[in-house]
Design a protein around this ligand. Structure first.
Ligand code: BEZ
Length: 393
């Protein structure tokens, strides 16, 4: 029998094609590492918040043996500097250059909105572990966008309910002029005014400014019954100290969403003593779940955890629940959504569920700041659900 050179070449090509097919089938059966893109602030006024989120996220991944849905976790990191003007370029480094499977970020509402837009366009799975921008689980909601934290509306609304019930009538608000400040005040106003109170003045300064003196003088002149504020991170430390140093703390009680004092008590010292805030976490929950989380965190990082660490930890829990439902495939967002919408997350903050719009439905605690902790003194608002205005999921 004679075999022509042409036949031999054709058989060779068939063998090569079969080998390539077998290799690609094997690759499909054993998905590679799970690429997790952490886009967080590691510099600036929110630097400590970004680090706490990463710590919490890694803590849960470590508890899972370094794998999620059977895939070894590999991290890619970008410092977003809490700068919305750089956010699209930054998130594209993770989506296009590093080709991550999932984005975790960020802290600043303006940065998170840019991330949500890119996630929506590219279909990349996004879990927001802090930023409260209402639109993320409102008008921008999508099957592939989730939040493990809160909407800005929520803690503001919870504090407004508490202050109205206390019989406070006239309030001045003060915050940074950007989505988180504006929306916290809007949430506060909604419940406070429903409860019979009036916001007599809304004061602002640009983010991340800390020139508070002129505004404190305006508060003193307005003589309200109380002040409601949203500040967080390094800016909140300075605000609480300046408020006390200006002598206002004794005459005009200061209330806030809990970011004012969370993670900040050591730096704020006596200036924070006695302040009431509302948040979905407190340092004294004293549940089995939270005690175990806190002990582990303290052992690993030699630090006490705060709300940001909890939100990072729960972002990893949510990712694991979602990917376990799809055998590790991060692109199946409808299945991930269905899985997360039907579970109760066993969080250190207490159990919570995920709304139709993908935002936590959770208790907001009333807390009082003491020397060492943000102590839970009651429930400000139970199982509070964001209204998800504009979401069409
Ligand atoms: C925000 O920008 O959404 C935010 C930042 C820090 C704490 C809470 C909210």
């Amino acid at each position: 029998m004679t075999i022509s050179l042409n036949t031999l070449a054709a058989r060779g090509a068939q063998v090569l094609a079969l080998t390539a097919l077998a290799a690609s089938m094997a690759a499909a059966q054993t998905p590679g590492k799970l690429k997790v893109g952490l886009m967080l602030p590691y510099t600036g006024t929110f630097a400590a918040l970004g680090t706490a989120i990463e710590n919490g996220f890694r803590q849960h991944v470590t508890e899972l043996g370094g794998k999620i849905a059977g895939r070894e976790v590999e991290y890619f990191k970008v410092d977003d500097e809490s700068d919305p003007s750089k956010a699209t370029d930054n998130v594209n480094k993770l989506i296009k250059r590093d080709q991550v499977d999932v984005l975790i970020g960020s802290v600043h509402s303006g940065v998170a909105m840019a991330m949500a837009k890119s996630a929506k366009e590219s279909g990349t799975l996004l879990i927001v572990p802090n930023a409260g921008a209402d639109a993320v689980t409102g008008a921008m909601c999508a099957n592939n966008i989730f939040r493990s934290s809160f909407s800005n509306w929520q803690p503001g609304y919870a504090m407004g309910e508490v202050m109205a019930k206390k019989g406070i009538k006239k309030v001045v608000t003060i915050t940074w002029k950007y989505a988180a400040g504006d929306e916290s005040v809007r949430g506060f106003k909604e419940s406070f005014e429903k409860g019979g109170g009036t916001v007599v003045k809304e004061l602002n300064l640009p983010f991340p400014g800390v020139e508070f003196q002129g505004l404190l003088t305006e508060i003193a002149a307005a003589k309200p019954d109380a002040v409601f504020t949203f500040f967080a991170g390094g800016g909140a430390v300075k605000f609480v100290k300046d408020y006390s140093a200006a002598g206002l703390k004794k005459s005009i009680p200061l209330y806030g969403s809990g970011f004012l004092t969370d993670g900040n008590l050591e730096a704020q010292g006596e200036a924070a003593d006695g302040l009431f805030t509302a948040l979905h976490y407190a340092d004294s929950l004293d549940t089995k779940r939270d005690n175990a989380f806190r002990l582990n965190y303290a052992k690993t990082y030699r630090l006490q955890p705060d709300v940001y660490a909890v939100q990072g930890y729960d972002a990893a829990q949510m990712l694991a629940i979602g990917l376990n439902a799809t055998k590790g495939d991060a692109s199946k967002s409808a299945e991930i959504s269905a899985a997360l919408r039907k579970v109760t997350i066993d969080s250190p903050r207490g159990p919570f569920t995920i709304s139709k719009a993908h935002n936590p439905v959770q208790d907001f605690y009333l807390r009082q700041a003491g020397a060492k902790e943000n102590k839970k003194v009651g429930i400000a608002s139970a199982k509070l659900e964001d209204p998800a205005r504009g979401c069409k999921l």
